[in-house]
Design a protein around this ligand. Structure first.
Ligand SMILES: NC(=O)c1ccc[n+]([C@@H]2O[C@H](COP(=O)([O-])OP(=O)(O)OC[C@H]3O[C@@H](n4cnc5c(N)ncnc54)[C@H](O)[C@@H]3O)[C@@H](O)[C@H]2O)c1
Length: 254
């Protein structure tokens, strides 16, 4: 599907990979609604993007708030693409140093935001798309964001790895399920990307992370994620797949 002229929603669009994806889609001629938490920089970021980009404050786990995001998008035209980038970590150990079991509350919180939030965005976005007129045999495309932690979660990442693995598991089922609606679903599993999370860590830590990537030996640039998201929108044969975007890194245990 051509990006020019389509309406897209980007969650987590106020920062990092989501922001970069929104910038690229806007530059390619899409009309974009950014969804992010109320405390985020969404308003300023949307204004800086221009081309009528709008910010709607929403928690991806909240149905009413996400419906308000999709309403704002449909006010601009039929919703054709959703790029779901909102997510966060929250480390726990299965058993801590004192022998206590890991926090069930933290586990639930991280799974809720990353996994339940992804299903919420997928189902609400796809329901809107299912009512679109097809263009070149397709009604829309949903792109979700996992992580290489879905495959090689590191010590401490048990909730995050569980949630991201759930997103990987959802991808083929969702693509099969939505095929009759002519809606595609793909997932991007990034390695280590240079987003605000990593921009806050010490230079030595960033260098160590970069050195662990076989080639290219540097952190991923957010626009490299955005390029793949754009290609997934444009390439109708990409469907039901999780694509690792990681410079061949395989994460060690810690
Ligand atoms: N940066 C990396 O190296 C990396 C690697 C693997 C996976 N990822 C995944 O990529 C995605 C984007 O990460 P990023 O590095 O751009 O992080 P980021 O923190 O820069 O951006 C994430 C955005 O999501 C928003 N968000 C968090 N919870 C939300 C919620 N409940 N509802 C709405 N918005 C919410 C945050 O406010 C933030 O603006 C995440 O899903 C993350 O797990 C990132």
């Amino acid at each position: 599907m051509e990006v020019k002229g389509i309406v897209a929603v980007v969650t987590g669009g106020a920062s990092g990979l989501g922001r970069s994806t929104a910038e690229r889609l806007v530059a390619a001629g899409a009309k974009v609604v950014l969804a992010d938490l109320p405390g985020s920089d969404g308003d300023e970021v949307a204004k800086a993007m221009g081309n009528g980009t709008r910010f709607v404050a929403a928690d991806v786990t909240d149905t009413d708030q996400m419906n308000a995001v999709f309403d704002a998008a449909e006010a601009m035209g039929p919703l054709r693409a959703v790029v779901h980038c909102a997510g966060r970590g929250g480390p726990i150990r299965v058993v801590d140093r004192e022998g206590n079991p890991g926090s069930l509350e933290t586990y639930e919180m991280v799974v809720r935001i990353n996994l339940i939030g992804s299903f919420n965005v997928l189902r609400l976005g796809a329901a809107r798309m299912s009512k679109n007129e097809p263009i070149d045999g397709e009604r829309g495309v949903v792109i979700m964001t996992a992580s290489v932690a879905a495959f090689e979660g590191q010590i401490g990442q048990i909730p995050y790895a569980s949630a991201k693995a759930g997103i990987v598991g959802m991808t083929i089922v969702a693509a099969r399920d939505l095929a009759s609606h002519q809606i595609r679903v793909c997932t991007i599993a990034p390695g280590t990307f240079d987003t605000p999370i990593l921009q806050r860590v010490k230079p030595e830590v960033r260098e160590t992370l970069a050195a662990a990537i076989p080639h290219p030996r540097r952190l991923g640039r957010p626009d490299e994620f955005a390029m793949l998201a754009q290609q997934i929108v444009e390439n109708a044969m990409l469907n039901g797949e999780t694509i690792r975007l990681d410079g061949a890194i395989r994460m060690p245990p810690r």
